[in-house]
Design a protein around this ligand. Structure first.
Ligand code: ADP
Ligand code: MG
Length: 374
């Protein structure tokens, strides 16, 4: 049966680099995303194609899409089909065409959006979301080889309109998810997503380095996972024979405080205290800049210009090393904020930043192809 699925990109409101540390994060899905159209093939083979410039179509068997046997963009798409089979989900031979309006490598999780759209289209919406999340994670980690946590796949598959998801990774592979009402528009606020146009690839080294540094800190502190420590526990363990070196201490401090910020952020949302929520966003950015060291000049300038233009809070979002920042701003100030950031970038002869609104959108869903469209 032919089917079409749509999966969103995501913005993480707060809780960065906490997923693989067993901590908390708070993502929303965004309106931009990926559409995948699947059509059965009579010859037992699989084909994936994309409208992304430079993405060559790929064709082969599922064995050809196993880890180590496939690379480039097709590892995300065909790798998801391979991963579904690994999890005992029968996937018939298919031709899958994808089209996306979420820019790749910008921190809006084009990769998970692609994986999720492929997974939902290939399974015609008939497989539980948890299994699809596992398949998408398996594709990204094992087939692509990007050492990301499970935040992105959980967010794009489970998201709900008008809500953020509080995702707790204390249980690693089986995160606990709860929905948190998130409606800045109702409070007269815009969540502005600022694309610095600086591109990263999480299959590259920086992300993996941070992961290894966190593992080292967790090992020294005998804290499994690192994200389960309180700031008090961190201070009391980081002494004597167990004490951390400077790098490990900064990484651990970010993770532990960031988890506490997520908890506080959920509290501020419950009380509609947007000013306090904004302060937590900005504190998160400073921690990612100074302690976790995954920001860059463009992200820092965007955040500083946003705050100077009246944002309640601003921070980089996603893994870092480029990509997007987000700013929470009274709607009246949005044009001024955009002008301020564009001006700051122009003054440095950087590429023109791109802006979009980050309204909380729905998770991945089947658009057509079954009687039961979700
Ligand atoms: P992010 O997920 O933040 O956008 P990643 O580095 O995790 O960045 O993933 C980007 C990669 O995902 C791209 O380099 C490309 O290989 C793949 N990708 C994402 N979207 C598409 C698409 N629409 N078509 C083909 N490949 C895509
Ligand atoms: Mg990604």
């Amino acid at each position: 049966m032919e089917s079409t699925a749509r999966a969103p990109g995501r913005v993480n409101l707060i809780g960065e680099h906490t997923d693989y540390n067993g901590g908390l994060c708070l993502p929303i899905a965004i309106p931009a995303g990926t559409t995948a159209h699947a059509r059965p093939r009579p010859d037992g083979r699989y084909r994936v194609s994309s409208t992304m410039p430079g993405a060559e179509p790929w064709e082969g068997s599922l064995d050809d899409a196993a880890p180590g046997r496939i690379d480039g963009w097709a590892a995300y798409a065909a790798g998801t089909l391979w991963a579904l089979r690994e999890l005992d989900v029968a996937v018939p031979a298919l031709e899958i065409a994808v089209d996306a309006d979420v820019p790749p490598g910008s921190g809006l999780s084009s990769s998970a959006s692609l994986e999720a759209a492929v997974a939902v289209a290939a399974t015609v919406g008939r497989v539980p979301l948890d299994v699809l999340v596992s398949a998408c994670r398996l594709a990204e980690n094992d087939v692509v080889g990007a050492p990301t946590g499970g935040l992105d796949q959980t967010a794009v598959l489970h998201a709900r309109v008008g809500h953020a998801l509080l995702v707790d990774f204390a249980n690693g592979d089986e995160p606990a998810i709860s929905e948190v009402a998130f409606d800045p528009a109702d409070a007269g606020l815009d969540l502005v997503v600022i694309d610095t146009r600086v591109r990263h690839a999480h299959a590259d080294g920086g992300y993996g380095d941070r992961r290894a540094e966190c593992e080292r800190a967790a090992h020294i502190l005998q804290a499994r996972p690192l994200g389960a420590l309180t700031t008090g526990e961190l201070a009391s363990r980081d002494t004597g024979a167990q004490h951390l070196d400077g790098v490990a201490r900064r990484r651990a401090r970010h993770v532990v405080r960031e988890v506490e910020r997520v908890r506080d952020a959920v509290d501020t949302l419950a009380h509609h205290d947007w000013a306090a929520f904004g302060l937590l966003m900005t504190a998160s950015h400073h921690s990612l800049r100074d302690d976790f060291e995954v920001s860059c000049d463009e992200l820092d300038v965007a955040v500083d210009a946003a705050l100077a233009a009246g944002a309640l809070g601003a921070r980089m979002t996603g893994g870092g090393f480029g990509g997007c920042a987000i700013a929470l701003v009274p709607r009246d100030h949005t044009p001024r904020l955009r002008r301020a950031i564009s001006g700051a970038f122009a003054a440095r002869t950087w590429q023109r930043p791109d802006f979009r609104r980050g309204s909380p959108a729905a998770g991945a869903r089947l658009i057509s192809g079954d009687d039961q469209v979700r």
